[in-house]
Design a binder for this molecule. Structure first.
Ligand SMILES: C[S@@+](CC[C@H](N)C(=O)[O-])C[C@H]1O[C@@H](n2cnc3c(N)ncnc32)[C@H](O)[C@@H]1O
Length: 243
């Protein structure tokens, strides 16, 4: 993956660029990052799943890794990314021992982690490399490990607006939830559930209490596919099923 364009040129201004693009929604990047982690927390409580070691795949400048570490009380959180500058910034920001950041090639997946999270990463990965990326996450998880796959929902007009105004989304190719599920199955995961989140902008925030009841409708700005690495090997991952 070393020959692909990286986020290095956006890393220093990542937060400011995102803030600009999100302006219309009335919320900032931390609102969305914390919202995703809270959503995931609710889902894991329902599954009675308490993770110990996490992976933040495509962690960027490391915004979410400490949120995951805090929310789930993780003993170890590993952030990986292809962008050297992003990893440098993530390391500079998070000084504690609980989160460590690596370039993809520096971290060898070893089936030792039980929670993986990614947000807004796969729409930046060239189509031909997506299956390899999903398998990397699969290889990092132990059997029974959970992958929270967050992506932008391209049918949502707000999402389309934000992505059209975000400098680093110019080359993005979004995945529908169906394409996301097919990709994850092809990498060897079983699908647990899919939820849509972030329906209402700040202006309509009184209605946000309704969001958990609307989560099965394709309305939100983002969606989460929760997937599990099977406990029992069900045969080789069927990469040939993914097109
Ligand atoms: C929109 S940013 C999201 C960063 C972070 N997940 C967040 O929510 O703030 C997309 C990130 O995906 C990373 N990325 C792109 N291709 C990748 C790949 N093949 N493997 C891992 N990360 C990748 C980029 O370097 C960038 O940091």
């Amino acid at each position: 993956m070393s020959d692909q364009p990286t986020f290095d040129r956006y890393a220093d201004d990542y937060d400011a660029s995102l803030a600009l693009a999100l302006e219309l929604s009335g919320e900032d990047r931390m609102f969305y990052a914390k919202g995703r982690v809270s959503w995931l927390d609710r889902c894991l409580r329902e599954l009675k799943f308490a993770p110990l070691r996490g992976l933040d795949y495509g962690c960027g400048v490391g915004t979410t890794s400490p949120l995951l570490a805090d929310r789930f009380g993780l003993a170890q959180t590993i952030g990986v990314d292809v962008s050297p500058r992003s990893i440098e910034l993530a390391r500079a920001k998070e000084s504690s021992q609980r989160c460590s950041f690596f370039l993809m090639d520096e971290y060898r997946p070893d089936a030792s982690l039980d929670l993986a999270y990614c947000n807004g990463v796969f729409h930046h990965i060239p189509l031909a490399q997506r299956l390899g990326a999903a398998k990397y996450v699969h290889d990092a998880l132990c059997p029974g490990g959970i992958f929270a796959f967050w992506e932008n929902f391209g049918w949502n007009p707000g999402t389309r607006y934000v992505m059209a105004h975000c400098v680093f989304d110019k080359d993005a190719i979004t995945l529908t939830p169906g394409q996301g599920r097919r990709l994850l199955r092809a990498a060897g995961f079983e699908i647990v559930r899919t939820d849509f989140a972030f329906v209402f902008p700040r202006l309509l925030r009184v209605l946000r209490l309704l969001e958990k009841f609307l989560s099965k409708l394709p309305l939100g700005a983002q969606y989460q596919i929760l997937a599990r690495k099977p406990l029992i090997r069900t045969g080789k991952p069927r990469g040939d099923l993914y097109r």
